[in-house]
Every structure is written in structure tokens, then in C-alpha cells.
Design a protein around this ligand. Structure first.
Ligand SMILES: C[S@@+](CC[C@H](N)C(=O)[O-])C[C@H]1O[C@@H](n2cnc3c(N)ncnc32)[C@H](O)[C@@H]1O
Length: 304
């Protein structure tokens, strides 16, 4: 099976490896090197045999004279070009998720949904050979894409990865995890099960594109009574153009992807944990999505 070898690993390119070919307009193409095969583009073709045995960074010409460069793909290159079933989490958010959820070697991370497996790749790298990633995906066709992408990147099914085709709300209560990472439409539905699966000190992280999702997650975290230090951030990465004296921010950037919300699992107040956060009254503009358990508690409609 093809695999992505570590870029910069000081070995010549081999048959069976996945490489990234970049043309003069910086367009990138993922290619698995096969003896006797050809890579075709509008700018001409390159024989794979010309690339096999070369070092990373070698420039070759197509039959039509266009120069292209061959390198081993970074994880970011791979994610940008791999097959997709669902919208993926890109490098800027993957990096922040690994940092904000403090995913380290040896961690057990439960994630949902696996989608296309983009975040899974980052989590597997972060937990290392001593950790474990358990990914839930309820749509079989998305699970198949995630499996294919992860196995293509690793060249095999990683020992540290379990892909469960099913709903996380059903599977999570049977598990114990250091971290729970949620990229799904209704993350608030999983907060209770995440609290059951996480030991005190553990971290839940949600990735949600819209403000109403974040509001509902944050409210659910506070209402659960077993979470503390709830924080929401978003990450903006602004690329720059650097060309002679024209050194300035690029005209285009990805302005918004999603908000990250993290919270630490703590014992409930009855078990010795911190007091619940004081909730703002309706008059102060607090919006509630769910019915409060205390009937005397003020409730404001979303359009108050
Ligand atoms: C946006 S995609 C996840 C993308 C993924 N993080 C990546 O980087 O490739 C959301 C996925 O969550 C799955 N999903 C939604 N609710 C789920 C649930 N309760 N349990 C398991 N999977 C779920 C969907 O089928 C979808 O494939």
C-alpha cells in the first residue's frame, strides 16, 4: 500500500510513495509513484521512472517543457489534496485543536465525526505510538473515506487507531478517554456522555462554525455542572505576498472556519468541585436554548 514518508527523511524517492508535484503556478498534485506509470497534466507528462530514485526537491521537465518540482507531501499538502467525504478541518485549526485540547503522546482521544479523516491524521501524530485515537463516524460512506485517507497516509491501518462506524452518543458512555474532540452538527448532545467518559482534569473540545452552536454548547457545559474553564476562540491566519518590494498581506484569506470551545472536566459541586458559574439574568440579555430544571430560573427567548 502507498504511504507518505516523512518529508526531509534523506532517502531517495521510492516506488509506492505518495509525492506532491508542484507546477509553476504553485498548483499541487498528489501522485503515488509507480514504475512504468506517467503523470499527465495540461503542461505535458512526466514518467514516474524519472522521479523514482531522485531526491526531494528535484525539478524535472514535462514532455512539453514545463518545469515541475517533486517533494514528499506534508500532512497539510496531503489533507488539501486527499479525497473528501465531508468538509475537513484544515491545518490552522488542527494545530490549535492539538494545542487547546493538550493532546500529547500517550493520550487516549475520542473524536467524532471522523468525516474525511483530516483531524484524525493530526490526532494520530499528536498521540504518537503510545497513545490511542478512537474515531466515531455514523455515515458509512464517510467512514470509508476516512479509512482510505488514514491508511493511504500511513501505508497501513495504524495500530493506534480504532474507527467505529456508529453514533458517538451510543458508544462514548462505554469508554474512558483523556480527551473528547467533537466536530459534528449538534455537539451539545454529546456533552453529558463526554463528562461520563472523561476523568477529572480531562478536556472536551468542540469545533463549531456558527455562533448559535457555540452558545448552545457553552450553555450545556455550564448546565452539566461537571465542566470548568470554558473558553471559546477562533483562529485567523493571514497569508502574505512577498515579491520584491510588494510585501503585504495577501488580498484573500480564509476569514472564518469555526470556533473552538474547550472545557476541563471537574467533579460536580456535590463531589467537591468548583461552584457553578453564576448565570446572568434574562434582563442582562442571557439567551437560553433549553428548559431550565429550576422553574423559578429566568428564561429569555432567543429574540428577547
Ligand atoms: C464535518 S465532518 C467531520 C470532518 C473531520 N473532522 C475531518 O477533519 O475530516 C462531520 C462528520 O460528523 C459525522 N457525525 C455527525 N453526528 C455524528 C454522531 N452523533 N456520531 C458520529 N458521527 C457523527 C457526520 O456524518 C460527518 O461525517
Amino acid at each position: 500500500m502507498s504511504a507518505v514518508r516523512l518529508p526531509g527523511s534523506d532517502h531517495p524517492l521510492q516506488a509506492g510513495e505518495v509525492v506532491v508535484i508542484t507546477d509553476r503556478k504553485a498548483r499541487r498534485y498528489l501522485v503515488t509513484l509507480e514504475p512504468g506509470a506517467q503523470w499527465h497534466s495540461h503542461g505535458g507528462l512526466v514518467e514516474h521512472d524519472v522521479l523514482i530514485g531522485e531526491v526531494e526537491g528535484t525539478a524535472v521537465r514535462t514532455g512539453k517543457g514545463m518545469e515541475v518540482v517533486v517533494l514528499r507531501p506534508t500532512r497539510e499538502d496531503f489533507v488539501l489534496k486527499m479525497k473528501r467525504g465531508a468538509q475537513v478541518i484544515y491545518a490552522k485549526d488542527q494545530a490549535m485543536i492539538v494545542s487547546a485540547a493538550d493532546v500529547r503522546p500517550g493520550c487516549t482521544v475520542v473524536e467524532a465525526g471522523a468525516g474525511s479523516g483530516a483531524l484524525t491524521l493530526a490526532l494520530l501524530d499528536a498521540v504518537g505510538p503510545t497513545g490511542r485515537v478512537i474515531s466515531f463516524e455514523r455515515r458509512p460512506e464517510h467512514a470509508a473515506v476516512a479509512r482510505r485517507n488514514v491508511e493511504r497516509f500511513h501505508g497501513t491501518h495504524p495500530d493506534t487507531w480504532e474507527l467505529i462506524e456508529g453514533d458517538i452518543t451510543e458508544g462514548l458512555p462505554q469508554l474512558r478517554a483523556h480527551r473528547v474532540v467533537l466536530d459534528l452538527l449538534e455537539p451539545w448532545q454529546v456533552i453529558g456522555a463526554a463528562a461520563d467518559a472523561l476523568p477529572p482534569g480531562g478536556i472536551v473540545l468542540t469545533y463549531a462554525p456558527t455562533v448559535p452552536q457555540v452558545m448552545r454548547v457553552v450553555e450545556t457545559l455550564h448546565d452539566d455542572g461537571r465542566f470548568h474553564a470554558v473558553r471559546t476562540t477562533e483562529t485567523l491566519v493571514r497569508p502574505w505576498d512577498l515579491d520584491g518590494l510588494a510585501v503585504r498581506p495577501a488580498h484573500r484569506m480564509v476569514a472564518h472556519t469555526a470556533f473552538l470551545t474547550t472545557a476541563r472536566r471537574v467533579p460536580s459541586r456535590d463531589e467537591g468541585g468548583p461552584p457553578p458559574r453564576r448565570r446572568k439574568a434574562a434582563a442582562e440579555g442571557h439567551l437560553r436554548w433549553s428548559t431550565p430544571s429550576d422553574p423559578d430560573e429566568p428564561v429569555a427567548a432567543a429574540n428577547d
